[in-house]
Design a protein around this ligand. Structure first.
Ligand code: PMP
Length: 443
């Protein structure tokens, strides 16, 4: 079949030209540049409900949801009005304000942690939680300076975490130990404090905890992975994670993507995980820049100014951001049926894609849980990064372009989750599946 004709988007093209002159790669976060799928990134002019409108006036059904925050859909009236009301009172004080107390009360009530500290991104949340874990476990044991993470899990871009970090950052590494940094500019000395294990390998996790558990301050993990494409943990792996604490290390759940998405109590609540610390981002800020970390009082009171672990932020607890988070979590708490609906719709999308790929004679493995889904262009199960990495990324790229031409904005990388929002309707899903059918036919 003929190659799809790429639609012309002259305004986005012109903006991209200008952007590349003044912003590295023309983007402020790499995957937005469409590097792995080709074509011109769309400059988005506005977003409403499940739809994006680009600078050329073209509309797309959106499955990125700003990479996670927009679980209610874009421009939700409750969120817009809360932010507009907060705006009347000024944009930032650098002093305590009532909205951060309200959001902390809401988050602790929903998640069961005793205390929470707000920051401005997921990166800050994980970076700060790990410093806290080292400070807390190190109070009696200075040898505990290592972090254990899993291949293909992404925890933001703090130096020591840019190791085997998923989403196109993968490099080779050896077993149970020294892993290479995923980025230039990270000295091997930093990376050497990060140990790496395979996701969904309970025996491997048990082994590394037995051999090196006495040196490990924290085991950080994505409770459902989104950053290698969607990977779902087995019950045995969940049990092994829950055993981590027996070695004296803290279990740190990176729920930046899954928190308030897979259930009100995140992936941990859904899967029976028992972390010591949680990291949040994305939904907790309702589309404004917020991250957070939280846990038991005993641990959280190690944070400055009550404890010796320093962590601060000029815009932390920003009143506009707190207002957006309050409105978003408030809507989710008011209507917990949202989660059942998201699961139903996303499962239907997944089975529709499987059927269509089957009819087209193309191998496709769909991993889906709640509103998270990845369609891997490969045959066989995908339970860890190694299996995900077998995907036919060229086929994915063509499929992505065809979808985009058909008015569906899928995540522009094979190794990402897409997100269904509460604003997507059955009609939207039908539209998506017919665009997908057309896209499969072009491969
Ligand atoms: N952890 C996870 C699981 C994430 O998915 C992300 C971002 N995609 C981060 C941390 C980093 O968050 P941020 O981009 O807000 O720094």
């Amino acid at each position: 079949t003929a190659a799809p004709t790429l639609p012309s988007v002259p305004v986005s093209e012109a903006l991209f030209e200008r952007a590349q002159k003044v912003i590295p790669g023309g983007v402020n976060s790499p995957v937005r540049a469409f590097k792995s799928v080709g074509g011109t990134p769309r400059f988005i002019a506005r977003a409403d409900g499940p739809r994006l409108t680009d600078a050329d006036g073209k509309q797309y059904l959106d499955y990125i949801g700003s990479w996670g925050p927009m679980i209610l859909g874009h421009n939700h009236p409750a969120v817009r009005e809360a932010v507009a009301a907060a705006l009347q009172d000024g944009t930032s004080f650098g002093a305590p304000n009532e909205r951060e107390v309200l959001l902390a009360e809401l988050v602790t009530r929903i998640t069961g942690v005793d205390k929470v500290r707000f920051v401005s991104s997921g990166t800050e949340a994980t970076m700060s939680a790990l410093r806290l874990a080292r400070g807390f476990t190190g109070r009696s044991d200075a040898a505990r300076k290592y972090t254990l993470k899993f291949r293909g899990n992404y925890h933001g871009h703090a130096d020591a975490l840019l190791v085997e970090a998923g989403s196109g950052l993968m490099t080779n590494a050896d077993q149970l130990g020294q892993a290479a940094p995923s980025s230039a500019g990270v000295p091997p000395e930093y990376a050497s404090l990060t140990l790496v294990a395979d996701y969904n390998d309970p025996a491997g996790l048990d082994t590394i905890m037995r051999e090196r558990g006495h040196e490990i301050a924290a085991v950080i993990f994505e409770p459902v992975v989104g950053n290698a494409g969607v990977l779902i943990p087995s019950a045995d792996f969940v049990a092994a994670l829950n055993r981590v604490r027996e070695s004296g290390a803290l279990l740190v759940a990176d729920e930046v993507m899954t928190g308030f998405r897979l259930s009100l109590r995140g992936a941990s609540g859904l899967l029976g995980l028992k972390p010591d610390l949680y990291c949040w981002g994305k939904i907790i800020g309702g589309g404004l820049p917020v991250g957070a970390y939280g846990g038991r009082t005993e641990i959280m009171d190690f944070v400055s100014p009550v404890g010796p672990v320093y962590q601060a932020g000029t815009l932390s607890g920003n009143p506009l951001a707190m207002a957006a988070g309050l409105a978003t979590l408030g809507e989710l708490e008011r209507d917990p049926e949202i989660y059942q609906r998201l699961e139903r719709y996303t499962a239907a999308l997944g089975s529709g894609l499987r059927d269509l790929a089957g009819q087209a004679g193309l191998p496709l493995t769909v991993n889906q849980i709640g509103s998270m889904l990845t369609a891997f262009f490969l045959e066989g199960e995908v339970r860890d990064y190694g299996q995900a990495a077998r995907a036919d990324t060229a086929a994915f790229g063509k499929w992505f372009q065809a979808l985009l031409s058909g008015g569906v904005y899928w995540a522009p990388s094979q190794f990402e989750s897409i997100f269904v929002s509460a604003a997507h309707t059955p009609t939207d899903l039908d539209f998506t599946l017919s665009a997908a059918q057309h896209a499969f036919a072009q491969l």
